[in-house]
Design a binder for this molecule. Structure first.
Ligand code: PMP
Length: 439
């Protein structure tokens, strides 16, 4: 075919190149809810959908100083290509950050990436062939699932409860996949303040999961963007702190500093790390020297631990506002009670469909992420992720009030059409205890 003048009949009406894409792009479809989110980003809509950190809580002056020093004092390095592994100075500082979660590593163990999202891409590129299987929590972080699928891997979900992924479900999933002759490449887990459920894997379960992974020769990818954003007490130490050979650990400055800098990192067993560096070079030559140096300057001059404590206060207030509003407005439903991070997982009565309900919610000027986004197998239909990270407490309360209007009108609509017993949301136990300062 003449590639300069493709025959549009071979593509679809909108994209003449349609038939030429690589097979791996099949998973890169535009989400059905994306158009709605464009509407949801209008200022009159309370968005409980995104996962945007509240960067306005950052000390602008300190960041300005960091940027200024980066250009003034280190311009020749900051504006130049750098090492494919990342700046040695920043890698040294990353060790201090990780030490807060019990991780002991050397400067050489760290590979700086363009956010942890890029580390997910690189790890997938190293390990995934078409037809391979990644085991992940169900539900799991939507854009990790997109990456795995873009390498034509399948995702097998493991069940969760309020203590994180259920080890027995992991055992059963592995056994089933092995029986089917499937190649399992790694377990992807977000043990602390999981995205999207907000729950945290207990220490006992962390040990059990590692034991299962070791016994089955399965690599663990531990994704930990939220671990330092706890509200009361720190979560259990990172899994990488007790297993240097079987865990690839991913960290990021996106939630404790700013996602716009796009600086994350991976810590991997020696041989994997060497390949990660090569993959990093192939993808971006070197992660942004400018961003790395700005982070370094910030870490060396600002009270970064104090800033993380400020973020904790901000997000704790917002979590409390959301929990309080849920208790007030939707007392018969069930939700998780996160002790850190950005997210609450709300479960609706099982005859409600959160995706079908979303246009009505947006009309009511509130948005959320439907549960199905976090599964590759159609799960999560009657659930939704609510983010409390970005809107102020007042907006959160208003958002939940609007959400309650939508859910309650769905329920009464269904009741009206119900032939037999009235449908009501069955009161269920909340998965956790209400913090004392929530009314
Ligand atoms: N992993 C998880 C679980 C996340 O929630 C996010 C951001 N939402 C990322 C990875 C990617 O973060 P970044 O690339 O900004 O480091």
């Amino acid at each position: 075919m003449d590639t300069a003048h493709p025959d549009p009949r071979q593509g679809n009406n909108l994209d003449p190149w349609y038939s030429q894409y690589a097979e791996r792009t099949a998973g890169l479809t535009v989400s059905e809810v994306r158009a709605l989110f464009a509407v949801a980003s209008r200022p009159e809509v309370v968005s409980l959908a995104g996962g945007m950190p509240f960067v306005s809580a950052l000390p602008q002056e300190l960041l300005l100083n960091a940027v200024e020093r980066t250009v003034r004092d280190h311009g020749a390095v900051a504006l130049q290509y750098g090492s494919g592994q990342g700046s040695p100075r920043l890698r040294e500082q990353i060790l201090d950050v990780m030490a807060l979660e019990g991780i002991r590593a050397g400067v050489d163990d760290v590979v700086v990436t363009t956010g942890s999202q890029h580390a997910l891409e690189l790890v997938s590129k190293l390990f995934l062939d078409p037809g391979d299987v990644v085991i992940a929590e169900g539900p799991s972080y939507v854009t990790a699932l997109v990456v795995f699928r873009s390498f034509q891997a399948e995702v097998a979900h493991v069940e969760m409860d309020q203590l994180g992924l259920i080890p027995q479900s992991l055992r059963e999933t592995i056994a089933r996949l092995r029986e089917q002759g499937r190649r399992i490449k790694f377990l992807y887990t977000i043990p602390s303040f999981q995205n999207p459920m907000g729950v945290t894997l207990t220490w006992e379960r962390r040990m059990e999961v590692l034991e299962i992974a070791r016994a089955n020769d399965i690599l663990v990818v531990e994704d930990n963007p939220y671990g330092l954003l706890y509200f009361d007490q720190a979560p259990p130490q990172a899994m990488r702190s007790v297993d240097e050979d079987g865990v690839i650990y991913l960290g990021t400055f996106s939630k404790t500093l700013a996602p716009g800098l796009r600086v994350g990192w991976a810590v991997a067993p020696h041989a994997i790390r060497e390949k990660l560096i090569l993959a990093n070079e192939a993808a971006v030559l070197s992660p942004s020297s400018f961003s790395q140096m700005t982070v370094s300057e910030y870490l060396s001059t600002a009270d970064w631990k104090g800033q993380i404590a400020t973020f904790r206060d901000v997000y704790r207030d917002r979590r409390d506002a959301m929990l309080g509003a849920l208790h007030e407005q939707l007392p018969t439903l069930r939700w998780t009670v996160p002790t850190g991070g950005f997210y609450i997982w709300l479960t609706l009565p099982d005859y409600l469909d959160s995706k079908a309900m979303l246009p009505r919610a947006v009309k009511e000027l509130v948005a959320y992420t439907p549960g199905t986004a976090f599964y590759t197998d159609g799960g999560g239909r009657n659930a939704m992720r609510l983010s409390f990270c970005y809107p102020t407490p007042d907006f959160i309360r208003e958002g939940i009030r609007r959400l309650a209007i939508v859910i309650n009108s769905e329920l009464s609509l269904l009741n009206e059409f119900a032939q037999t017993d009235p449908l009501t949301a069955q009161p269920e136990l909340h998965e956790g205890v209400l913090p004392p300062n929530v009314g």
